[in-house]
Write a protein that binds this ligand. Structure first.
Ligand code: GDP
Length: 214
């Protein structure tokens, strides 16, 4: 009986519902980010990982992230105000620049500066396409976050592209690789914007963190 009630409660009441979401500002200067005390939750990952789709799905809007990512705006720090109480921050995708001879990592300086200086950043979400094997650039980035003591979770995206049994294996393999270097593994979520899976979990996680800040 007791177990039933706990399960019932969990499904009916979610901690966080996005009731309002609006674009605030885009820039490359952390000093020009919204000057208030609201908490930031930053979303970052390699391009094409599904970041815009996830942001739109979390906010239940078709083109919130796209609105701010008109050509030229993709390389900016984009702040959205959610429920008038926290910021969803859409950061530019990182990746490599390729020439015929070199493959160079690209982490823009202003991103580094954002993570180092934005005191109200509560947590980052590093997006990883669940189908891909661990990539050095993601692992390096997460290592850097940990070194700087910046809390983060992994969001494995596009889970609908794999069979459920393979989702589990891919995550296990990912963490197996990580555990070579990490003694404590990060918190993680599994999402599909196509099937709307995992969205509530991400929002509830943010909602819970917001409660602890009060
Ligand atoms: P971004 O570059 O990281 O912002 O990635 P987008 O959100 O633009 O997504 C890149 C591509 O992946 C698009 O073709 C999306 O439709 C697709 N995509 C994103 N999320 C999902 C998902 O959960 N499932 C599937 N099947 N495709 C997705």
């Amino acid at each position: 009986m007791c177990l039933f009630l706990i399960g019932f409660k969990k499904r009916v009441f979610s901690i966080m519902q996005v009731l309002s979401s609006e674009f605030l500002i885009s820039n490359t200067d952390v000093a020009k980010c919204p000057n208030n005390f609201l908490p930031d939750y930053a979303f970052i990952g390699r391009s094409n990982v599904g970041k815009s789709s996830l942001i739109n799905a979390l906010c239940n809007k078709k083109s919130l992230a796209k609105t701010s990512s008109r050509p030229g705006k993709t390389q900016l720090i984009n702040h959205f105000l959610i429920n008038k109480s926290w910021h969803l921050v859409d950061l530019p995708g990182y990746g490599y620049t390729r020439t015929s001879k070199t493959k160079k990592k690209v982490f823009q300086k202003f991103i580094i500066s954002y993570f180092k200086k934005r005191n109200q950043l509560v947590s980052a979400f590093v997006l990883i396409d669940i189908r891909h094997k661990p990539q050095l650039i993601d692992l390096d980035f997460m290592y850097w976050l940990a070194e700087k003591k910046i809390p983060f979770s992994i969001i494995f995206t596009k889970s609908d592209k794999l069979k459920p049994v393979n989702v589990k294996t891919h995550i296990e393999n990912y963490f197996k690789t990580m555990s070579d270097q990490w003694s404590l593994l990060p918190n993680h979520f599994v999402t599909s914007t196509l099937k709307k899976n995992g969205l509530e979990e991400v929002l509830d996680y943010i909602g819970n963190l917001n409660i602890t800040l009060k």
